[in-house]
Design a protein around this ligand. Structure first.
Ligand SMILES: Nc1nc2c(c(=O)[nH]1)N[C@H]1C(S)=C(S)[C@@H](COP(=O)(O)O)O[C@H]1N2
Ligand SMILES: [Mo]
Length: 315
């Protein structure tokens, strides 16, 4: 990954020393990571093409002070059941997946229901880079420089009514292109949802790229959700529909196995998955295990939304 000059960072944007970097810290980290950068992140390892580069209008204010996982790991170790339940080889299986033309339908309790082209969406909202921790429910984690825009910006634009208590997302249904959808692994299409306050939270983004380039197909091109304080399965890929609804939607994993997967799916080291502990995680590319952090390290930003909720019951 190219280290960009942190010109976009204003001191007014720095409100939390754990999450946000000031200019000097960022320079130090950039220098250090340039020196220690090894193997997997070299340009030559990537199928980079000039056409894949994405213009980033600003460097986002939310940056995690940890070394990025290599592009190679993030783009070759995936979960994408529409292609296969294997974690490796999705890059190959999804190589020919067509992400254009692509439209996103916005409907439900909203003032301006619309069908918008993905290229239009990318013009409408200035893109920024957000370096986030990403924690899969299966106890592995990564640090990924996403490119995207706040979901809240899109929501504001379409003006949901007070009846819009949840936002429901749906992945494309295309069994001709997605071999996994020809088998009853999940009740296709994949569905996820957020409470409206979670959806408009400034940490929640819709992503169109990572590592300075457009999103690889295996990572959810052309548009996917990123909610950094929740387990990875909430981060639905290849979105074709965003719906504003009144009642809590039945999401794919809750439907498939409600004893193991909840609607909230907040990263929580104190609430184990029935088949394994959530107390620790393995950062891809490392051997030692790390302690998993409450809300994946984003407590200060998000804990207020769950005040008074029993997180053991509402997992
Ligand atoms: N449509 C769809 N979205 C999905 C999935 C999926 O199988 N289908 N897997 C989820 C899970 S379990 C994880 S951990 C992340 C993985 O994202 P990544 O491959 O970009 O790391 O995507 C999530 N989004
Ligand atoms: Mo996951």
């Amino acid at each position: 990954m190219l280290i960009k000059k942190p010109t976009g960072i204003k001191s007014s944007e720095i409100t939390n020393k754990e999450l946000y970097l000031n200019r000097r810290e960022f320079m130090a980290m950039a220098a250090a990571s340039a020196l220690t950068r090894v193997g997997g992140d070299k340009k030559s390892d990537r199928k980079a093409g000039a056409d894949k580069k994405l213009p980033v209008a600003k460097r986002g204010e939310y940056i995690v002070m940890e070394k990025n996982t290599s592009f190679r790991n993030v783009s070759t170790y995936n979960n994408y059941y529409e292609f296969t339940t294997e974690k490796e080889g999705i890059d190959e299986l999804a190589k020919e997946f067509r992400t254009r033309p692509w439209t996103v339908t916005i409907k439900g309790h909203v003032k301006n229901p619309s069908v918008i082209d993905i290229d239009k969406i990318m013009e409408m909202f200035p893109l920024e880079e957000r370096i986030y921790r990403f924690r899969c429910v299966e106890a592995w984690s990564m640090v990924i420089p996403w490119i995207g825009f706040p979901l809240g910006d899109l929501i504001k634009r379409y003006e949901p009514s007070s009846k819009a208590r949840f936002v429901k997302f749906t992945t494309v249904l295309d069994p001709a292109q997605m071999p996994g959808q020809r088998r009853q692994i999940l009740d296709w299409p994949y569905v996820e949802a957020l409470r409206i306050d979670e959806a408009v939270h400034p940490l929640t983004i819709l992503s169109v790229g990572m590592y300075g380039e457009i999103l690889p197909n295996q990572n959810g091109a052309p548009l996917r959700l990123i909610v950094p304080w929740k387990y990875g399965f909430k981060c639905i890929k290849s979105i074709v529909k965003i719906e504003f609804v009144e009642k809590i939607p039945v999401t794919s994993w809750v439907k498939a196995n409600p004893a193991e997967y909840g609607f909230y799916a907040n990263v929580n080291p104190n609430v184990d998955h029935p088949r394994w502990s959530q107390a620790k995680e393995r950062r891809i590319g490392e051997f030692r295990k790390r302690k998993t952090l409450m809300f994946n390290g984003y407590s200060e930003q998000v804990a207020y939304m769950y005040k008074g909720m029993d997180l053991k019951r509402l997992y």
